[in-house]
Design a protein. Structure first.
Length: 269
């Protein structure tokens, strides 16, 4: 299903949302009601004979539970359409492209926690895959005790306890008796961070270990292929949408077991 970021014209989004293949019956009336306008007026807007107001654009975003970024983007598309001079259109178009690039950041899609403003914290948390894995393990009642975590991850008890103390010091977990409870949301390291290489390498090492163990439960897939640039960009957007949807599924799920997911799409080097 397409999102507002797949469009550079707000009317194209409206037409796809109301009349596209994925549109539900009665969508036009639903949108008109949400915007506080007549359905006939909305038809004129979709045909390019009238313009929405910013208030109506905001009400649509509120109705669709859009993020602030999605609402900003749709409102900007409306402002571009309403702009009277080429210079203003060009100015707003540059802003649109900036918002579009921001929407492509995975930390935006997964709704991750802003990183703690401490170089010492960042250097330790993302030094390998271990600290973040222990952090997420504490979100399950099955892994609330140091020994349970050590046994599950095949790590020394001393290493686990060191990491738990570190996580507790920064408020990411809370100690309740002999148990450690998850207290912070997930965090995503920006692609341009100097720590990204070590963190991503640690995750892939976990994946390699899973491959070596040949678990029937695990899913591993790799492929090499040729593709043109346009299709590559479309595939990258498809992967990014999958990441967003998978995190929504993860956040609504249970905590019975500890899993990891790695996703790579790159030009062969």
């Amino acid at each position: 299903m397409k999102t507002v970021f797949d469009f550079s014209n707000y009317r194209d989004f409206l037409n796809n949302f109301m009349y596209g293949e994925d549109a539900k019956r009665g969508r036009q009336s639903e949108v008109a009601k949400a915007m506080g306008c007549q359905a006939s007026y909305l038809v004129q807007v979709a045909k390019g004979k009238s313009e929405l107001t910013e208030d109506q654009a905001f009400r649509l975003g509120d109705h669709l539970n859009w993020s602030e970024l999605e609402t900003d983007y749709f409102t900007l598309l409306l402002r571009i359409s309403r702009a009277a001079t080429p210079s203003l259109k060009n100015f707003l178009e540059a802003k649109r492209k900036t918002l579009l690039r921001k929407s492509e950041n995975l930390e935006t899609k997964v709704g991750s926690k802003p990183l703690l403003n401490s170089e010492k914290f960042l250097a330790q948390y993302f030094s390998s895959g271990i600290p973040s894995t222990i952090h997420m393990a504490t979100s399950s009642p099955k892994f609330s005790k140091p020994q349970q975590i050590a046994d599950r991850l095949s790590l020394s008890l001393e290493l686990v306890e060191d990491n738990l103390r570190f996580l507790e010091r920064y408020g990411l977990i809370k100690k309740e008796g002999s148990d450690f409870r998850f207290a912070g949301s997930s965090m995503h390291l920006p692609k341009n961070s100097v720590l990204n290489e070590a963190h991503q390498t640690g995750r892939r090492m976990q994946a390699i270990r899973s491959i070596q163990e040949n678990s029937k439960e695990a899913l591993h897939f790799s492929s090499v292929f040729t593709l043109d640039k346009k299709q590559f960009d479309e595939l990258k957007n498809l992967f990014a949408k999958f990441v967003q949807e998978s995190h929504e599924h993860i956040h609504s799920g249970g905590t019975d077991e500890l899993y990891s997911m790695c996703l790579d799409l790159f030009k062969v080097v």
